[in-house]
Design a protein around this ligand. Structure first.
Ligand SMILES: [Zn+2]
Length: 112
């Protein structure tokens, strides 16, 4: 690690990261760190605390705002499903119906 610092590689990485953060999202590393503290180091949706991977910024293209920090898995899920709340509502209804069926033995979509 010391060798990396001696050659300035780590500093370059942090400088590039800071520039990218500001250009892409308009925030500083300090503001990102505050978001992380506010979320207690956990993903905003699943509340997992990633070990090695950083939480990533979840940016809403529709409103051009940062929604929060997410683990890579939750970010991928949101990107795939999009921000159409109707899709999420249908997904929840689908999962709830499946759970209900497992408790009651009634399969709502089954023809059996
Ligand atoms: Zn998550």
């Amino acid at each position: 690690m010391m060798a990396i610092k001696l050659f300035g590689i780590k500093d370059d990485y942090e400088a590039r990261r800071s520039a990218r953060l500001f250009l892409k999202y308009g925030i500083t590393p300090e503001e990102e760190a505050k978001m992380l503290v506010d979320q207690k180091g956990a993903c905003a949706t699943c509340e997992e605390k990633p070990d090695l991977q950083r939480l990533v910024i979840d940016f809403c293209e529709d409103t051009a705002t940062i929604r929060g920090l997410l683990c890579p898995g939750c970010r991928t899920t949101i990107r795939r499903a999009g921000s159409n709340l109707l899709v999420w509502q249908r997904t929840m209804a689908y999962l709830l119906a499946s759970r209900l069926a497992s408790y009651t033995g009634f399969a709502g979509n089954s023809k059996v």
